[in-house]
Design a protein around this ligand. Structure first.
Ligand code: SF4
Length: 169
């Protein structure tokens, strides 16, 4: 998309959900928010709070993106496991994209931290990844504007998804 004013903005959570499952984004955007009671989400929050307590200083930007902490031109996103690494990566790319496109902050890199695994993954916003993000934003808008949920096949992650009962009874 060439005209940035036409680009919708979403929260980092919504972007992450879209890349996990478009139906999950649809539920969330339509006011069904169930993650608070999910044990796995609680565990993730605990890891956030415990592992980086000293250096963590969350930065909330426009109530759209929340950066866990930043240091030396690197913004960090803390995650519990790498099972949904592709979605985590796109969420962090969106942060980099958001900062560049709407805040004029460039030359940042991203890093996903997995404290439980003692691993990290670097993320870079290349022109190609920017296009991926822009395409995703357009598709996300189409999904949330739809009155009906997108049709998806059952996936392994459905077994641990908080929306499973709504999707599959
Ligand atoms: S249960 Fe499966 S299909 Fe439904 S929102 Fe969750 S991941 Fe998507």
């Amino acid at each position: 998309m060439s005209n940035e004013t036409e680009l919708p903005t979403f929260t980092g959570t919504e972007v992450g959900y879209y890349f996990i499952c478009p139906k999950k984004l649809w539920w969330f955007a339509h006011g069904v928010q169930m993650e608070q009671g999910n044990d796995r989400v609680k565990m993730g929050k605990l890891v956030h709070e415990e592992s980086y307590q000293r250096r963590k200083k969350e930065l909330n930007i426009d109530d759209r993106i929340v950066i866990d902490w930043r240091e030396d031109g690197v913004i960090h996103e803390v995650k519990l496991t790498d099972k949904m690494e592709a979605a985590h990566e796109m969420q962090l790319l969106y942060y980099l994209y958001y900062l560049k496109r709407w805040k004029g902050v460039e030359d940042l890199r991203g890093q996903i931290d997995y404290p439980k695994l003692r691993e990290t993954k670097s993320v870079e916003l290349t022109p190609e990844r920017e296009r991926e993000i822009e395409q995703a934003l357009g598709e996300m808008q189409r999904i949330v504007d739809s009155r009906t949920a997108p049709v998806v096949e059952w996936m392994r992650i459905c077994a641990s998804c908080s929306y499973a009962e709504l999707c599959w009874g």
